[in-house]
Design a protein around this ligand. Structure first.
Ligand code: ATP
Ligand code: MG
Length: 264
């Protein structure tokens, strides 16, 4: 479903601020893989997401989605097959538009012929049906401006907008990090539900090691622009935070230094 080969990204090349954010990354995701991604600050996690979504053009390497080479496709052309939720609840929705207008925008994203902007009765019913699955009562607030929603409600709506058209790839970049614990838990369980029910191929960056262990069927650990450790299936299920920290120490010869990641 997603195949990345030999991806490198260098920022500010040739200057004093030169930074190799990704160093020769390979990654292959099968249909339905749910991969959690952990790593310290600056490891390159968001840069990897940006390369997949087309926000950043890599210096070298290839990106294939469903065997289609997309490395030179701009972001807006990839958006038909990529759903994305960001850390910032403000980033995924348009605040001055209503809930139904936001949903209509997301709905038309993967259609070849852009649909008329108007929201028909049939589509309203469809939106209501999807909103009901969130259990937040948003189905009764279709004409409310999104700017009036709480952070958790907006993030739930962002998740719905990113997933209800069943994208080939779902990218989640610390999408619960800006929420209070109970809201974060709600968004995490909604994520788990939608990924499971729709069988979405998902990459989820989390700063919480325990969450990375609890969710998904694969885990990757990044450090300094590289994938340094991976676990699948049963091997992943047997991992603990302690074992992950030991692995890091064994591979890198130093202790993992990011308390935010360890403690969640
Ligand atoms: N647009 C940019 N210009 C210059 N440097 C950048 C840019 N984006 C990222 N970097 C640098 O590249 C490195 C990787 O950044 P990235 O945002 O991918 O890390 P991350 O793993 O997502 O970290 P965090 O956990 O803090 O979100 C960092 O050193 C960062 O400062
Ligand atoms: Mg990041």
């Amino acid at each position: 479903m997603l195949n990345i080969t030999s991806i490198s990204v260098t920022f500010n090349e040739g200057t004093q601020d030169e930074k190799k954010a990704l160093n020769n990354i390979d990654l292959n995701l099968k249909q339905g893989d749910f991969v959690t991604v952990i790593g310290s600050n600056g490891a390159g996690k968001s840069t990897l997401m940006n390369v997949i979504s087309g926000n950043i053009l890599p210096d070298a390497g290839d990106v294939f989605i469903s065997e289609k080479q997309v490395v030179n496709l701009p972001e807006y052309k990839r958006s038909a097959f990529i759903g994305r939720v960001f850390q910032d609840p403000m980033a995924g929705t348009a605040p001055s538009m209503t809930i139904e207008e936001n949903l209509a925008m997301a709905y038309s994203r993967n259609k070849k012929r852009k649909l008329k902007y108007g929201v028909t009765k049939k589509r309203k019913d469809l939106f209501r049906e999807h909103l009901q699955t969130l259990n937040l009562g948003l189905e009764d607030r279709l004409s409310a401006k999104v700017g009036l929603l709480s952070g958790g409600e907006r993030q739930a709506l962002s998740l719905l907008m990113a997933t209800f058209t069943k994208p080939n790839i779902l990218l989640l970049d610390e999408h619960t990090a800006a929420l209070d614990p109970s809201r974060a838990e709600l968004i995490t369980s909604l994520t788990e539900k939608v990924v499971r029910e729709s069988g979405l191929t998902t990459l989820m960056v989390t700063h919480n090691m325990q969450q990375a262990l609890d969710l998904g069927n694969r885990l990757i650990m990044m450090d300094k622009g590289q994938i340094i450790f991976e676990a699948h299936g049963e091997a992943k299920q047997e991992l603990t935070v302690e074992r992950l920290l030991q692995e890091f120490q064994r591979i890198r010869g130093e202790q993992f230094e990011d308390d935010r990641v360890v403690l969640g």
